[in-house]
Design a protein around this ligand. Structure first.
Ligand code: NAP
Ligand code: ZN
Length: 347
């Protein structure tokens, strides 16, 4: 076994703290890479707090992982020692179901193996995430990272990037579409960058008036403060798509009113509690309420290559891992510009 240092939550009540554990030896199809940076996703906070379901503890969060390969198994073809590598939210899947065969491992019918708070295919070995100094992942779930981009700012692409890229591609959002990005946080700011890159007319819908200048710098064409009744009224019936990245409870009916006829409200944010949606909010204007989860491995590589080609990375604040609890507090207040990334050399 390989000894690893990390930060873990021992239970939902206790703050993250240093924790040592072991990873499996590098198998014939595995890649081991030393983690240099790991992004901090709101999903990390949801999971250590049991917001969604009872988690597997001790829990080492982190699924926006980048680093350098230190060892490869005998049968590994696409990576060599010294390469940059990344891993996002998944480390395995059945690879034979109908969805896996279509490069939709995130919708694996057997359930994909998540990077942490999950079990390996054996159903009993817990997985541990990227708030740690090294990781072993099977080759098919390791991504190539360009040497051209800033490495720390690339880490958030592995979750915030693909989670917003995938639905925008699926619904073919682009030229001629009015796209509203709901919530300007880690996912939201990437959605703005991709929406603009794909040619859409992009509006940020935000509860934070102070983020307007940033939204415009990110490329957004319009900014609506959703807590201002006048601005909300003016935005009624405006958008073809709303990409909803909100992490907390919010009123879907209010936002559905902002869609045009045939508009689609796409949920990627996962508030802890279910929402009440009135049928009336959907039937008037034939609107759709949809959802999307991360993206498949091939699409994640496509997104990373797109970002390298178009010079797209995340706007980040690098943190020392000792300040992780403080960073979570700021994230809950919406005070992240726009992704915290842990410098793993501080571990
Ligand atoms: P984040 O950085 O904390 O951003 C969330 C943003 O939502 C905040 O910055 C804030 O933006 C807005 N917001 C917060 N509370 C709100 C409220 N009560 N009403 C309206 N807006 C509110 O979080 P993130 O890392 O981007 O993650 C966002 C959500 O996506 C989380 O629930 C996360 O678990 C989920 N997620 C889903 C997937 C997936 O595959 N579907 C993948 C990754 C993450 P403003 O200040 O602009 O209002
Ligand atoms: Zn995430």
């Amino acid at each position: 076994m390989i000894p690893v240092k990390g930060y873990a939550a021992q239970d939902p009540q206790t703050d993250l703290a240093p924790w040592s554990f072991e990873r499996r030896e590098v198998g014939p199809h595995d890649v081991q890479f030393d983690i240099l940076f790991c992004g901090v996703c709101h999903s990390d906070l949801h999971q250590i707090k049991n917001d969604w379901f009872p988690g597997i503890f001790p829990m080492v969060p982190g699924h926006e992982i980048v680093g350098r390969v230190v060892k490869v198994g005998d049968h590994v073809k696409n990576f060599k020692v010294g390469d940059l590598a990344g891993t996002g939210c998944m480390v395995d899947s059945c690879q034979v179901c109908e969805n896996c065969k279509q490069d939709l491992e995130q919708y694996c019918l057997e359930g994909s193996t998540l990077t942490y708070n999950s079990y390996e295919r054996d159903g009993k070995t817990p997985t541990y995430g990227g708030y740690s100094n090294s990781i072993v992942v099977r080759e098919e779930f390791v991504l190539h990272i360009s040497e051209k981009l800033d490495l720390a700012a690339t880490a958030p692409l592995l979750c915030a990037g693909i989670t917003t890229y995938s639905p925008l591609r699926h619904w073919q959002v682009g030229k001629g579409h009015k796209l509203a990005v709901l919530g300007l946080g880690g996912l939201g700011h990437m959605a703005v960058k991709f929406g603009v890159a794909f040619g859409a007319d992009v509006t940020v819908l935000s509860t934070s008036p102070g983020k307007e200048a940033d939204a415009k710098k990110l490329g957004a064409h319009h900014f609506v403060v959703t807590t201002d009744p006048e601005q909300l009224k003016a935005a009624q019936g405006s958008y073809d798509f709303i990409l909803d990245t909100v992490s907390a409870e919010h009123d879907f009916n209010m936002y559905l009113g902002l869609l045009r006829t045939n508009g689609v409200h796409i949920c990627v944010g996962v508030p802890p509690k279910p929402a009440a949606v009135a049928a009336f909010s959907l039937i008037g204007g034939r609107k759709s309420l949809a959802g999307s989860s991360i993206g498949g491995i091939a699409e994640t590589q496509e997104m990373l290559d797109f970002c390298a080609e178009h010079d797209i990375v995340s706007d980040i604040e690098i943190i020392d891992i000792k300040n992780i609890t403080e960073s979570y507090k700021r994230m809950l207040k919406g005070d992240v510009r726009y992704r915290f990334v842990i410098d793993m050399s501080t571990l």
